[in-house]
Each structure stands twice: as C-alpha cells, then as structure tokens.
Design a protein around this ligand. Structure first.
Ligand SMILES: Nc1ncnc2c1ncn2[C@@H]1O[C@H](COP(=O)(O)OP(=O)(O)OP(=O)(O)O)[C@@H](O)[C@H]1O
Ligand SMILES: [Mg+2]
Length: 537
C-alpha cells in the first residue's frame, strides 16, 4: 500500500486540512469522540462541518445548521462536490458502499475536484478498507488515537458528582488519587472508560482501582490479541543472567523526565533469544515488577488468526493500545511463530505477513512513546533478518544454559520458593550433577523431588534431589546440535545474557542487588499446591 498511515488526533487532521489534503480516511471505533474533535476544530477554523450517514443524510454540526436529505451515497458525494465555502464533510461508515465501482469512481472524481477548493472529505470508519482504485486518491489514513489522560480524567470527573459527598472530598483532597484512577483506565475507549467508572461507582461507591483494572483487563483480553499481565514474578525470582539483569536494572528509571533531561534516549526494546527453559519468558514477566510498569502480552499468532479484524488492522490496534497505556512493556513471546513467513509472504498470503511485520518494525524503530518491547524467541533461523538489524532493538541477548554459579542461584530460588533452606543441602554436589540443565529443568527436579519426599513421608534431601536430577534427561542432550547451532549464531550477533567464568562468587552480591527471593524461608506458613488460589469451600 502506498498510503501514508498516521496515528492521529485533532492537530494531525488540522495539518492535513491546511495542507489541502482533499480525501482522508479516518479509522476509529469512536465515532462520537472523533466527531466532537472535528467539531471543535471546525469551530476554531471557521469551517462548516457536515456529517453524513445512510440513515440521516447530511447534518450540519458546526458553523451552520440544518440537515440535507441526501441518503444516497452517490448523491452524497455530489453534494460535497457542489457545496460552497470552507467545509469538512464526514462520511460515516462509508466503506460498504465502496464495493460499488460507480461510487469509487465518483469519490476519485471528488478527490480531484476538491483539491481546487477549501473543502475536505473524510471517510470515518472502524476499519481501513481502501479499495485499490482509491489508494492514490486517499492522501492519508489516520488511526485516531485512544483518549489521552485529560480526556479520561474528564470522563472520571463526570462520574464524580454521583459519588457520596464524603468520598468526593477524600478524592479531591488527594491529588494523586484521580491520577491513579486515570492511569488505570488508559488504553480504553472513552465509552469503555465511562462504563468502567460508572461500574466502579455503582459497586463500590468510589473509584476503586482494583475494579477499574479488572474491567480493563477484561476489555483488553476481549480484543483477542493482548493480555494485561499481572505482576506475579519478582525480579529476584530470576537466577543467573547477570548481564541482562544489570542492563534492565540500569534502565529502571529511564522513562521519566529526569532521565530525558539528562540526555538519555528512551529505551526501545530487547530481543531475548536462546535455549528453551532458560528464563526468557520469566525475565519478561519480572521486568514488569522491576520497572513498576504494566505488562501487555501480545500473542502474535492471534494477529493473523483472522478472528477479529484484518491482520493489518490488528497490529495497529495493538500499537494504539500499548501507546495509550504507556509507559508500558509490550511483551511479544515466541516472536518467530508470528513472523517466520515474512520472506515468502508475497507468494503465500498476498503479502499480509510482510506488511504486518513492516508496520511492526517501522513502529519499533520510530516510536517516541515509552513502550518498551521485550521479544523472546528460540528459533533464530526463522527470524526475518531485518529484525536483527541495528536500530530495531537496543540489544539482542543470548540466554544460554546456566553455568555452575547460575545453577546455584536458580536452585536456591526454587528451594526457597518451596520454603526450604538451601543451606540444608549440599549445593556443590547439586550444581555438579546438573551440568547442562536449564532453569526449567532445575525447577522440575525440585518439584519432582518434593513429590517423592511427600510420598515417602520424609522431607526433601540432597540425595532425593540427586535422584530426580538423574531421572531427567536435559534437552541439552537431545537437542545438542540445535543448541550448538544457536551458540554459533549468537557468537557474532548477540550479547551473552550471563557473564561466563570471571564472575565473583557472589551469592550475597546478587541478593543485595536484586533483593532476596520472594518466598523467604519463614515468611509465611508452608505453601500448599494451591498457591494463592482462593478456594470456594
Ligand atoms: N534463570 C532462571 N531462574 C529461575 N527460574 C528459572 C530460570 N529459567 C527458567 N526458570 C524456571 O523455568 C520456568 C520456565 O522458564 P521460561 O518459560 O522463562 O523459559 P523460556 O526461556 O521462556 O523457554 P522457552 O524458550 O521454551 O519459551 C520459569 O517459570 C522458572 O520457574
Ligand atoms: Mg518462553
């Protein structure tokens, strides 16, 4: 497609009108909100605003009044061409009529005619479905942005008077209260935000952050591609990978204005590649907690699943949502699964995969909003080479199997998580017996040994652990060639996530840095299998 895609707001469309763009496509689900912005714009610029729909014909919404009973789409375009003066015309839901060759032709004529006038025609639709004949005539497609903080705040303030007097006072007396509430609703459309606030008011007689976030989570999940992920993993739950962890810790405060004033560029994102089970997904999840930012998990496969909109629409929706929630982390797990077919895309799917991929990498490179991307992959061969070029990600990290010291840390973490004191175990023996075991396999060994111990009525011991370790055949053995290939690939293209060899023996060191693991011995009673699940008894 040759059309210029922009994410847009009122000021963007104002520039286009001033630059005499005659035909624009505006994509948004929020008809009322877009029209309200356009109305304000037309009042400011002293332009007439006429909005058309198949059911009502034209209605003047700014600088004039009245209706024009032209419901027929062809006649509607004629009306635009014939009208006098400075005006903006909006055609609501016009895309179904663009199946008619005559309508398309007429619209092309209009685009041409309007160029000589002070009139602009905008098609407003929830989808971007530009017929190829129109591509050259439509000068820009604008993806209308989701509401910003001040719009969401206005929605919250509308609900405020319906709350009990005392609650209103509490809210007004704490300037951060509304801020947090607004933050909680970012990423929703205005109507969705209004509904969420209303629901919270009815249920809890206040703005309850938990209710708001819960609603938001569900709305985002309904979009089918993104999941709003709860922080469950702490950064201290990740063992090893000191280089990667240091990198992330250093950027903990890189999203604020102080960092910007200091001259730091906004971190863009990282790609984590490597051996299965080494903690790539775990790290992505833990960064949310470390940086105290919302984490959005993107299922790339679902972008192409075709259940919701078109794939191109879907990737733009994802970007729009992430930017509205920003500062945020966009976690793309198993990146290669979605983007493996970009090279053959032209012949297999009419180029859809490569267009979606193109939209994604352009955004990755040019984005100016604080959305940090963490992508993970383990089949590097399938990744499109463009993705690995400089400028796309800040850094590509290779996550290899843990070495001795890192295995010690990982075992330490998983023993503590099960409320066992690592000091009671012969850690040297254990790390010696687990050469080439991944983090996931070390965890698996601890859990299997726990089962065995529970079954035999004794507690977990070093010998018990050694026994389950022997029973597990690490992937490194069955997949030796693949892992070697990956190492070879990474040697020149990626940075190791963990320093090798020269590490100080630093159990205390890393704990001091990242904090002790979450489930500290003696913190609470013994954990049950249910974790923190609430059971209905
Ligand atoms: N470095 C580690 N520190 C602590 N636990 C780990 C580590 N690596 C793996 N684990 C444990 O193994 C589980 C699975 O790891 P994870 O899913 O993060 O691996 P991955 O690298 O994403 O694997 P894949 O490539 O198969 O997606 C984690 O939830 C964690 O419990
Ligand atoms: Mg993973």
């Amino acid at each position: 497609m040759t059309i210029e895609h922009k994410r847009s707001s009122k000021s963007e469309i104002e520039d286009l009108i001033r630059a005499r763009y005659s035909l624009i496509w505006v994509t948004s689900h929020e008809e009322n909100r877009v029209e309200e912005s356009l109305r304000k714009l037309c009042v400011e610029r002293e332009m007439r605003l006429e909005v058309w729909s198949i059911t009502e014909g034209f209605k003047v919404l700014a600088n004039g009044q009245g209706t024009r009973d032209v419901k027929d789409p062809m006649k509607a375009i004629d009306h635009v061409i014939r009208s006098e003066g400075r005006a903006l015309f909006v055609l609501r839901d016009f895309h179904p009529f663009l199946k008619e060759p005559a309508v398309v032709r007429r619209l092309r004529d209009a685009a041409h005619e309007l160029r000589k006038t002070k009139k602009t025609l905008a098609v407003l639709s929830p989808v971007t479905k530009v017929p190829p004949e129109l591509e050259k005539s439509i000068s820009a497609v604008l993806d209308w942005e989701l509401p910003n903080r001040s719009e969401i705040e206005a929605a919250a303030r509308k609900v405020l008077p319906s709350l009990p007097q005392a609650t209103q006072q509490v809210i007004e007396s704490d300037p951060t209260f509304i801020e947090r509430v607004v933050e909680g609703a970012l990423g929703l459309t205005l109507v969705e935000a209004e509904n969420v606030f209303a629901k919270s008011a009815v249920r809890t007689h206040t703005f309850d952050l938990e209710t708001i976030l819960e609603e938001k989570k569900q709305i985002i999940r309904k979009s089918g591609m993104l999941e709003y992920y709860e922080h469950r993993e702490e950064f201290s739950d990740v063992g090893g990978m000191d280089v990667l962890k240091d990198w992330l810790v250093k950027r903990r405060s890189a999203f604020g204005s102080r960092a910007k004033d200091f001259g730091l560029p906004l971190p863009k994102g990282i790609l984590l590649i490597g051996v299965p089970g080494t903690g790539k997904s775990l790290t992505a999840k833990a960064v949310g907690a470390l940086w105290q930012m919302p984490l959005l998990r993107l299922d790339v496969g679902k972008i192409f699943a075709g259940l919701v909109g078109s794939s191109e629409e879907n990737i733009r929706t994802v970007i729009k949502t992430a930017e509205a929630i920003a500062p945020a982390i966009l976690w793309i797990d198993e990146l290669e699964k979605g983007f493996s077919g970009t090279q053959s895309s032209g012949s297999t799917d009419g180029g859809t995969t490569s267009r979606v991929f193109g939209t994604f990498i352009t955004w990755l490179q040019e984005k100016t909003t604080p959305v940090f991307v963490i992508a993970t992959a383990n089949n590097v061969q399938q990744l499109p080479p463009e993705l690995l070029r400089k400028g796309r990600f800040d850094e590509i990290f290779f996550c290899d199997l843990p070495d001795r010291e890192d295995r010690r840390q990982i075992l330490d973490i998983h023993l503590r998580k099960k409320n066992r004191d690592p000091g009671q175990f012969d850690m040297d023996k254990l790390v010696d017996a687990t050469v080439d075991y991944s983090g996931a396999e070390l965890e698996q060994a601890v859990i299997a040994a726990l089962y065995d111990a529970f079954d035999s009525g004794a507690d977990l011991t070093t010998d018990g652990l050694l026994k389950t370790v022997r029973d597990i055949v690490p992937l490194a053995i069955t997949m030796r060639e693949m892992i070697e290939g990956m190492r070879e690939w990474a040697r020149t293209r990626a940075r190791p996530a963990a320093a090798r060899g020269s590490k100080p023996a630093k159990k205390e060191g890393w704990m001091a840095k990242y904090g002790a693991p979450t489930a500290n011995l003696g913190d609470k009673g013994p954990e049950t299998d249910d974790g923190d699940r609430k059971l209905e008894l």
